[in-house]
Design a binder for this molecule. Sequence first.
Ligand SMILES: Cc1cc2nc3c(=O)[nH]c(=O)nc-3n(C[C@H](O)[C@H](O)[C@H](O)COP(=O)(O)O)c2cc1C
Length: 208
Amino acid sequence: MDLTVAITGASGTIYAEKTLKLLATSDQVGTINLIMSSVVPTVAQVELGVNLRDPGPESISEWLGLGEGSKKIRFWRLDNFAARPSSGSYRQSGMIIVPCSMGTVGAIASGAGTNLIHRAADVTLKEGRKLVLVPREAPFSDIHLENLLRLSRAGATIVPAAPGFYHRPDSIDELVEHLCFRILDQFGIDHSKHTQWTGKEVPQDEDV
Ligand SMILES: Cc1cc2nc3c(=O)[nH]c(=O)nc-3n(C[C@H](O)[C@H](O)[C@H](O)COP(=O)(O)O)c2cc1C
């Protein structure tokens, strides 16, 4: 399947990094159309110490360290409204915005988008394709919650950047991965299922 992944300026660039690595190494995924908002280089520098000042195929490949896997990733500039993901006639399985800022949530919810991320999300919804948003803010205001509800009612799936702990993560990597697995689950993309709840940790009722 082909997908679009957008990264915005909310905290949690590490979720985007992990999601891209998982998608790029999945046999089920073909082209990954990648779009980044203008704030991503700042957040990536602050949170990961990564230099994405001039985002493009080379800096992205170096950041993700994917080697051959990078070839699946097609980078689109934010102001390129002629990019593939801006048209509904480009058939793809859906779009993931990870992490998703409240600014981007508001722009999509209002339908008054101004960049390629907003346009691609708008197109994904109008075509009835899967749009997965991974919002990050704390606390949420009424405006944030109303915008998220509006998007959910319009067909988007909200997977908040709120990782679980029931798999007892030993590291930040495991914590992050757990959330990214939930994103992949939305598209039926296989992963190492060790975060899938089986209930064996607590007594279960008898099978009938
Ligand atoms: C280090 C850093 C962390 C940020 N964290 C968040 C956040 O968690 N959630 C959020 O909605 N905005 C956050 N922001 C603010 C957004 O980047 C800002 O609202 C921006 O306009 C969003 O634009 P975009 O959606 O086009 O990326 C953060 C900004 C910086 C620099």
